[in-house]
Design a protein around this ligand. Structure first.
Ligand code: NAD
Length: 441
């Protein structure tokens, strides 16, 4: 990396010129970002296949097309979102007549975006488009773990976007540490909580505001009497896509002993329908990103009883889609985020015990429920805390750009997507206009 101080000074200087504040600049950059994605969908899919054996349809669905949809939604609404929002000025009736009050967004300045490896395009470019929409300049740090995608982003971004306003810095811990020593106006970090703490400490030195998009264990409650074929199909897709390496993937299932056996049987059918009898030879199934994560996930297979799956091949970094039963709450698989294609089923007596189980652990990024009972949905939503709660279709909430995407407690701080990205990368400034002539007299 070039001298980080010099690099940040150059990007900061661009912000100081004021050109990134203009709505025309923002729109042009977002449009160019869209062109990058449409012109290089194939290259991106190739890079993701090399790094993660990511199936091509998944690359389009969850990376390229996802980013394009966010760009389009933002371009379609930016003018409206940027409009100052009037608030009543006379609530306490202490101001002269004619006073008006509003809030208006202003850009923060130069922001740092640090991305992880599991969706290395989406999690780099969706925050970036929010930063641009808000009128900021940005330094991007893609994950070194997915090195081919990182190199592609480092090559393409300066070709399409204003290179004095957006810079890509490749590298690992040393480079990120050097960047974190600089003063930024916002740091947007996606990844694990241990590094989240490092980011928060570094930000404190400069009183820099942060967004932390972290992970954790996302629980799923499956109620009695639901259509288990439908549940299993949706669960299997959400869990086994990207070989389970999705921050909002279902981590474990809570269900009653009467429902568990039929759910396991339905999951076996659904998994076979997705990947055939031998998932290792299926084009639709991904791989664990590296040897370190392979060893970590493989070690979790010792918990409970393997209902199906369980096969591994280290040379191929393959872990079969696996369901574990007879899992105890303190088994290793229940002590950390799994982040792999292993789904433990923990039996609970019913909804009361499920809620207590969830509340006994760190606040998840997402909580899912499959139930026909409105009262059960209300209780899950009201009596637990999580970044998001989703009923009927796990993971899908992140495809609604008007919903804030983010965690709470251990699963993160702040949120983004759609208008929430603009809010994340802006200061909401208070404005009061009082006429010079006091019209009350
Ligand atoms: P990772 O290893 O790629 O690390 C993330 C980033 O942190 C990288 O850019 C890396 O260079 C940097 N980094 C690593 N160690 C560092 C250090 N010591 N100092 C400074 N920077 C450092 O990715 P990861 O953390 O393994 O990602 C997986 C985690 O991310 C999971 O916990 C997952 O749930 C979470 N995640 C959350 C979201 C979300 O939107 N909330 C999305 C994806 C992943």
């Amino acid at each position: 990396m070039r001298d980080p101080e010099e690099l940040v000074a150059r990007i900061r200087h661009t912000f100081a010129t004021g050109r990134t504040r203009s709505p025309a600049w923002r729109t042009e950059q977002l449009t160019r970002l869209r062109t990058l994605l449409t012109e290089h969908g194939e290259d991106i899919a190739d890079a993701l296949y090399t790094d993660l054996r990511k199936p091509r349809p998944e690359s389009y669905l969850a990376e390229t097309d996802f980013c394009i949809r966010e760009v389009d939604h933002t371009l379609g609404h930016l003018e409206e979102w940027l409009r100052p929002e009037p608030v009543p000025a006379d609530a306490l009736a202490i101001l002269p007549d004619g006073a008006s009050a509003c809030t208006q967004y202003e850009p923060l300045g130069t922001v740092l975006i640090i991305a992880p490896w599991n969706y290395p395009v989406q999690l780099l470019l969706v925050p970036l488009l929010g930063a641009i929409a808000a009128g900021n300049t940005a330094v991007l740090k893609p994950s070194e773990v997915t090195s081919v995608t990182s190199a592609l982003m480092a090559r393409l971004v300066p070709q399409y976007l204003d290179p004095d306003a957006v810079a890509v810095v490749e590298g690992g811990v040393a480079e990120t540490t050097a960047l974190l020593a600089q003063r930024f106006d916002h740091i947007f970090y996606t990844g694990n909580g241990a590094v989240g703490r490092i980011v928060m400490r570094a930000a404190a030195e400069h009183l820099t505001p942060i967004t932390l998009e972290l992970g954790g264990k996302c629980p799923v409650f499956v109620d009695q009497g639901v259509d288990l074929t439908a549940v299993a199909t949706r669960l299997a897709v959400a869990k086994f896509r990207n070989a389970g390496q999705t921050c909002v993937a279902p981590d474990y299932v809570l269900t009653d002993p009467g429902t568990a056996p039929a759910l396991v049987a339905a999951l076996a059918v659904a998994t076979k329908a997705m990947f055939g009898a031998d998932p290792q030879s299926s084009d639709a199934y991904g791989r664990i990103v590296n040897d370190r994560h392979f060893d970590r996930v493989a070690a979790l297979l010792d918990s409970g009883t393997t209902a199906f799956g369980g096969e591994t091949d280290r040379t191929d970094r393959y872990v079969a889609p696996t369901v574990l039963t007879d899992v105890k709450p303190d088994d290793p698989v229940m002590r950390e985020e799994i982040f792999g294609p292993v789904l433990p089923i923990v039996e609970v007596a019913g909804l009361d015990e499920a809620i207590a189980f969830i509340n006994n652990r760190a606040k998840p990024l997402a909580l899912y429920g499959f139930t026909e009972r409105e009262s059960a949905r209300e209780r899950l939503a009201e009596e637990t805390s999580s970044g998001a709660v989703g009923f009927g279709l796990p993971v899908a909430h992140l495809r609604v750009p008007e919903l804030p995407f983010g965690g709470v407690g251990e699963s993160g701080l702040g949120s983004y997507h759609g208008p929430h990205s603009l809010a994340a990368f802006s200061h909401r400034k208070a404005r009061l206009d009082v006429p010079l002539t006091d019209r009350t007299h």
